[in-house]
Ligand binder design. Structure first.
Ligand code: SF4
Length: 374
């Protein structure tokens, strides 16, 4: 079953005429796109429905806050559509389309200016990766690579597989949540996975389930096709106000993901992207939500790290005391920073790492953290 795609708020049945009129102003700035399958997950009687919040535009997106490139990806762009921020990892933007435009998307700039960063011809990107033997991982992202036909995706995967030093090919996708029929209806996709996800070098899918209600029977079946074909699948999600900022909801997401063999990998601080203010939860509140959720699930369900995808690296929020917050660079653009431990005075309203302005140097580092970072 191929769900019909919708590209105008006027096509959203659960909205009345007044809503539609108000939201036309939003879609002029931030495009709307979704499909009938995903919108059918919304409870039409609940104006606060989390799936609605993910997919349906909201006038609060017009509040002026944030920037279009909050992680300053442009600083790490080494060729059109290719980013090289962490030594071992290259990131290829292969698509500027998605199965739904998440209202909180941190790359919404791609949809506002289609064609500006994503190139169809990846020759230059592949050549760069071939010339850099330190690159062991390549992340295909966008946009969503699975919005592309397998026949378009396969040549990119095949070219990467020919490069000896590339061990892991990652495909970042929210299609199992947005449109599992993309996977259910395409036998050529598992065939491609079987060909290129080898015993020695796997293909990883970085899925994005934000709420347990997205894990429908169809989505679970789609994930199983990827797993059965020999891929590894993990999940990453930002913490979003009104979607998964309730520890019980997050715990249920972690638990269900662990049951189906899709471990939670990263939990992200919502980035300060233009139009995202309504989704942002303060860093310290997010930390407590994540910790509370983790306390309710088994070890296999709580493997995710809570990180801030900052311009300088992935900064893990490592702990809180009454007065202080502790951070540690999990990944860093500057190799010297990897493992670096930092302590700041707490700021309960901070929404991003840059909002911490009072570093503290005379606090004893907890033994466990000090050892891990050394
Ligand atoms: S799936 Fe990812 S790239 Fe696509 S709209 Fe959502 S957050 Fe943005």
């Amino acid at each position: 079953m191929k769900p019909r795609y919708l590209t105008q708020v006027d096509q959203i049945e659960l909205l009345d005429n007044e809503d539609r009129a108000a939201l036309r102003r939003v879609e002029e700035k931030f495009a709307f796109r979704s499909n009938e399958y995903y919108l059918s997950l919304i409870d039409p009687d609940d104006p606060l429905d989390p799936i609605r919040r993910i997919a349906v535009p909201d006038v609060r997106e017009l509040e002026e806050s944030g920037v279009l490139d909050p992680s300053r990806e442009s600083n790490y762009t080494v060729a059109p559509g290719l980013q090289h921020k962490y030594r071992e990892t290259a990131l290829m933007l292969v698509s500027d389309m998605c199965g739904t435009f998440c209202r909180f998307c941190f790359r919404k700039r791609l949809f506002m200016n289609r064609g500006a960063e994503v190139t169809r011809d990846v020759t230059e990107e592949i050549a760069y990766i071939r010339e850099h033997p330190e690159i062991t991982n390549v992340l295909l992202t966008g946009g969503d690579p699975l919005i592309m036909a397998t026949s378009r995706l396969e040549p990119i995967v095949a070219a990467l597989r020919e490069i000896e030093h590339v061990g892991i090919i990652r495909i970042g996708t929210k299609m199992p949540a947005f449109n599992p029929y993309r996977i259910l209806d395409d036998p050529s996709l598992p065939e491609m996975i079987r060909r290129y996800s080898t015993n020695e070098k796997r293909i990883y899918f970085m899925a994005q389930f934000n709420h347990p209600r997205e894990l429908t029977p169809q989505a679970v079946e789609a994930l199983n096709i990827l797993l059965a074909a020999g891929a590894i699948v993990v999940n990453q999600t930002p913490i979003l106000r009104g979607v998964n900022d309730d520890p019980a909801v997050l715990a249920e997401l972690f638990r269900k993901l662990s049951f189906i063999g899709v471990p939670p990998y990263y939990v992200f601080q919502c980035r300060p992207t233009l139009g995202n203010r309504m989704f942002q939860v303060p860093v310290e509140e997010t930390y407590c939500i994540v910790e509370t959720a983790k306390s309710q699930v088994s070890g296999l369900a709580k493997r995710a790290r809570f990180v801030i995808s900052h311009a300088t690296g992935k900064i893990e929020v490592a702990g809180l005391t009454d007065d202080h917050i502790f951070f540690k660079y999990h990944q860093a653009a500057d190799q010297e920073n990897i493992g670096k431990f930092m302590c700041f005075r707490r700021n309960s309203t901070a929404l991003w790492f840059d909002d911490y302005t009072e570093p503290v140097s005379d606090v004893p580092v907890p033994q466990e953290i000090g050892e891990a970072s050394g």
